[in-house]
Design a protein around this ligand. Sequence first.
Ligand code: NAD
Length: 308
Amino acid sequence: MSDSSFKPTRIVVVGAGAVGSTTAYTLLLRGQASEIVLVDVNRERAHGDALDMSQGLPFISRTRVWAGDYSDCKDADIIIVSAGVGQKSGETRQDLLRRNVRVIEQIVENITKYTTDAILLIATNPVDVLSYYAFKQSGWKASRVIGSGTLLDSARLRYLTGRHLQVDPRSVHAHIVGEHGDTELAIWSRTNIAGVPVELSDEDKQAIFHDVKDSAYQIIQAKGATYYAIALALDRICAAILRDESAVLNVSTLVDDYHGISDVYIGLPCIIDHEGIREIIDLKPTPEELAGLKHSASELRKRIDSVM
Ligand code: NAD
C-alpha cells in the first residue's frame, strides 16, 4: 500500500558541468536522495547526463533523475549551485568575479521564486564571496546558505598528512580555515590523531601545506578541471543535512564576532544538521593562526566590497 504522506527527498543541482554532473552521479551512487534534478542553461547537456545516469539505475538505488527547471526547486530539500562561467582569455579575476556574481544573482532570483525553505549549498568560485552574495540576495537565514568553503582543502590536508604519517586520512583530524583560496591557512595546533597532536617538523608542515594549496593547480594542469573530490565533499555535506547528523565539517558560513571577525562568509568547522549550520566550533587558534584568519577575512571583505 502506498503511503500518501511520503515526501521524496529531492536535491537540485544548478550548473551541471564537470562539478555538477559528477556531484549528481556521486549522490546517485550513494543513494543520498530519491530525486535528483539537473538544471543548466545547456538543457540538452543536462538532459543527456540525466538519461545516462538513469540508464544505470538497474544496478543501483531507486532514484529519479531528470533535467528540469527552476520550478523543480519547489520541493527541494537541498539546492546545490555549481554553475559558473570560465575565465575568458585576457579577462582579469575581478571581471570574472563580476560575471559569476551576475550568474549567482540570476540563479538565486530564479530559485527564490519557487522556494524559501530549502538549503542552498554554493560551490561556484570564489565560493566565500558568492555564498555571502547568495545569502544577502536570498534573504534566507545564514544557517540555510552554506558555502563548500574549505571542506575540500581540509580533505586534502587530511589525505596528505595521513599519507605522510601512514595513517588512514579518516583518522586524521585537521582543518584548513579561511578563504577557499590564496589566504587559507592550516590550524596545525589542532591537528591530531586519536586526540594526540601530530608531531611534524616545520619543513614537513610547509611542504604538506604547499601541496594542499597547489593541488587544484596540479589537477587543472593535468586534466583541465577538478571534480571528483569536490563532488564527494558536496555529497558529504548533503548527507550531514539529510540524515540530521550534527557532523562537523569545514564549510563557509557567516561569522558574527568570531574572535573579532564579523560579516564575511569564511571557512570554519561547523556543526551541520537538518536545519543547515547549527553552530560554529571555536578552534581556539593560536595568536599567529588568528592573525592569519583575520588577514584572510579582511581580504574576503575587500572582495565582497568590490562587488556589492
Ligand atoms: P563547467 O564549465 O564544467 O560547468 C559550469 C556549468 O554551469 C556549465 O554546464 C554551464 O552551462 C552552467 N551555467 C553557466 N551559467 C549558468 C546559469 N546562469 N544557470 C545555469 N547553469 C549555468 O565548470 P566546473 O568545472 O563544473 O566548475 C563549476 C564551478 O565550480 C566553478 O566556479 C569552479 O571554480 C567551481 N569549483 C569549486 C570547487 C570548490 O571547492 N568550491 C572545486 C572545484 C570547482
